[in-house]
Design a protein around this ligand. Structure first.
Ligand code: SF4
Length: 416
């Protein structure tokens, strides 16, 4: 099989892994323009310093000996298979980089033979790229849980980011759908990667000659909707991962029905709105001081698909509102729907000089179509509906009563 054919198979096989964000865009250069965007295996991700870089996103192999029910690459599926050599991946990366197609590599793999062998192949690949080609661009490498940690630790010296995919929210889910995987192996790898990162950060404070270890941190991917686990369980797991394993990101991937295994739910389409709600809630955990237990509880274990999680929380806690924007603490401002981190900071800075008006809030960037129901400004409430949960909820879901476009002849007695 030639290299182009392998690339086609193994870039396509990588598309369901979202633990590095993918753009999937395909755009040809135009006359006088600069650059192409190619769908074939090129995605975008963010480096430690926040730069957006385009990555070659591929699997090393899709010849998997595991049989995870939700995965297109499972051993029992009849699909075209391919495996690169470490040299081939290294050459592809360098050639694509030299042509300016990419700035880095995202490399994952199915399990070939066993975990150790697979991790060894990945390690050999990144070693060639770094040591032989002396490539200094971004590399995101998948850690293979269950592999000898010495291999993972060695690979961590050559890459910027690593991810061990948690895959499913519960151990029970893994046992049912991915029986060859163990949650203890996955969490164990994350924990040891996290410990190494901590050691590296401490050493770096003492000397800048420290060998880097996964300097852009670790991330993981969680599949949503393949098991009956509710959003509360998923969010509590993410909270735990952020707190205990210093994860940079948890990526949520709506389950895409790609196989007919009877153990899987019958879904007509991937639960994309649910995925979006989880991303919004994840943001609230990381930047807004919310806990999973505040956003959901055992009586309401799933997000409302019609409302964003912050508005949903505010409506369930209406006794805390409305808040006077000119007086309330920063931490509470962050809890107002429609007020983000930047606008909360601007409000706190600006009101030192003078009390803000409703117009000022608009200029500052507050999303008033949501915030207006939860604030007062100079003592005045601008919600325009009774301060009741169901009326506010209705207004947030459908902000304006429908307005009909008049034709030129309306009101003149003409009929179309
Ligand atoms: S290990 Fe499971 S999820 Fe990973 S490629 Fe193999 S079948 Fe798919």
């Amino acid at each position: 099989m030639d290299l182009a054919e392998k690339l086609k198979i193994l870039s396509d096989a990588a598309k369901y892994d979202v633990s590095c964000s993918s753009s999937g865009s395909k755009r040809k250069n135009t006359t006088g323009g600069v650059g192409n965007a190619a769908a074939s295996g090129i995605c975008h991700s963010w480096t430690e310093d926040g730069r957006c870089v385009s990555l070659l996103k591929i699997l090393f192999s899709n010849c998997c000996c595991y049989d995870c029910a939700y995965c297109v690459n499972r051993t029992s599926n009849d699909i075209p298979r391919a495996t690169f050599t470490p040299q081939e991946v290294a050459d592809l990366t360098i050639n694509f980089y030299r042509r300016n197609y990419i700035e880095g590599l995202f490399l994952s793999s199915a399990i070939i033979k066993n975990c150790d062998y697979t991790m060894e192949m990945l390690l050999n690949t990144v070693k060639i790229i770094r040591k032989v080609h002396r490539f200094n661009g971004y590399i995101h490498l998948k850690a293979i849980p269950g592999a000898d940690f010495k291999l993972i630790a060695e690979a961590g010296k050559y890459v910027d980011r690593m991810s061990a995919n948690i895959e499913l929210p519960s151990d029970g889910g893994l046992k049912l759908l991915a029986p060859q995987k163990k949650q203890t192996d996955i969490l164990g790898s994350m924990e040891r990667i996290s410990e190494r990162i901590t050691v590296y950060k401490e050493d770096r404070k003492l000397t800048n000659k420290t060998v880097p270890f996964v300097p852009a941190g670790q991330s993981t991917q969680l599949i949503v909707g393949a098991t009956p686990d509710h959003d509360l369980k998923i969010l509590q797991l993410s909270e735990n991962l952020y707190r205990n394993y210093q994860l940079k990101r948890v990526y949520y991937s709506a389950y895409v029905p790609v196989s007919n295994d009877p153990k899987l739910p019958m879904l007509k389409a991937p639960p994309l709105v649910r995925e979006n709600r989880l991303y919004q809630a994840d943001w609230l955990l990381r930047f807004y001081g919310f806990s999973a237990q505040e956003l959901l509880d055992n009586n309401n274990p799933n997000f409302d698909l019609q409302l964003d999680p912050k508005s949903n929380w505010a409506l369930r806690n209406l006794h805390l509102f409305p808040l006077e924007v000119n007086r309330v603490d920063y931490e509470l401002l962050l809890r107002v729907p429609g007020i983000g981190v930047i606008s909360a900071k601007r409000i706190v800075a600006a009101r030192r000089f003078a009390a803000l008006s409703y117009e000022d809030l608009k200029k500052i960037g507050v999303v008033l179509k949501r915030a207006r129901y939860f604030i007062t400004c100079r003592g005045k409430y601008y919600g325009e509906v009774p301060f009741k949960e169901h009326t506010i909820r209705q207004r947030i879901i459908s902000p304006q009563p429908s307005v009909e476009q008049l034709t030129m002849f309306d009101g003149l007695g003409y009929k179309n």
